[in-house]
Design a protein. Structure first.
Length: 207
């Protein structure tokens, strides 16, 4: 399927989710369904207030949780309907844009998050854009579905080594790699990639 047609199909799917909700779509996200996962992500942030860009913010439950902790969060998504739902969920700073061309100046954010959305993105382009908008020693956090998790058919499940190699090529230093077993009421470390539900990477802009 051509990229333009694939993007149109994906946007139609997210318009439907935005107009209704995740449960009625037949799919789900841990950010939506698990308050424990939202708390776990928040616990990975450095102490103090951060300026955060969330790429693929969707309906904004995680982002709203971070704003309640006094972080300044900009939610970015390609779907207008998803951003409308994020606004109803209490997120104020919202931008409709393509992650391949972020509409921000250089060195604008302390942290960029790509949580459960990277399977829809082109890694090299998005990593280069994330590096551009991050400040010196800024961090990039990624969480994506492991192979055994059911997802939308067009969601690409990147392996851990694929992501870390691309991050290094884009000028990031890998700080932490973890395999997580995320449930509605818990977040635990998994023993291997094949036993995980989410793959997690924390990386920092290389000097």
């Amino acid at each position: 399927m051509p990229k333009a047609q694939e993007s149109s199909v994906r946007l139609k799917s997210y318009r439907q989710i935005g107009a209704h909700d995740w449960r009625r779509s037949g799919y789900d996200t841990f950010s939506y369904d698990s308050p424990f996962f939202r708390q776990w992500v928040a616990s990975q942030l450095a102490p103090g207030r951060a300026e955060i860009l969330s790429i693929g913010c969707g309906s904004g439950e995680l982002e709203h949780h971070l704003t309640e902790l006094r972080h300044a969060v900009v939610g970015l998504d390609l779907s207008h309907q998803m951003l409308k739902r994020a606004a109803r969920n209490g997120l104020d700073l919202l931008v409709q844009a393509d992650a391949r061309l972020l509409p921000f100046g250089s060195a604008q954010f302390d942290l960029v998050m790509i949580i459960e959305s990277i399977g829809y993105l082109m890694l090299d382009e998005v990593f280069q854009q994330a590096r551009r908008v991050l400040r010196k020693r800024g961090r990039l956090l990624i969480a994506t579905y492991a192979a055994r998790v059911d997802t939308h058919p067009r969601y690409r499940k990147w392996r851990m080594d694929e992501m870390t190699n691309r991050l290094a090529d884009a000028g990031f230093r890998i700080d932490e790699r973890r395999y997580l077993d995320v449930r509605r009421n818990s977040v635990r470390d998994a023993p291997s990639e094949d036993r995980a539900t989410l793959l997690y990477i924390s990386s920092t802009v290389s000097n």
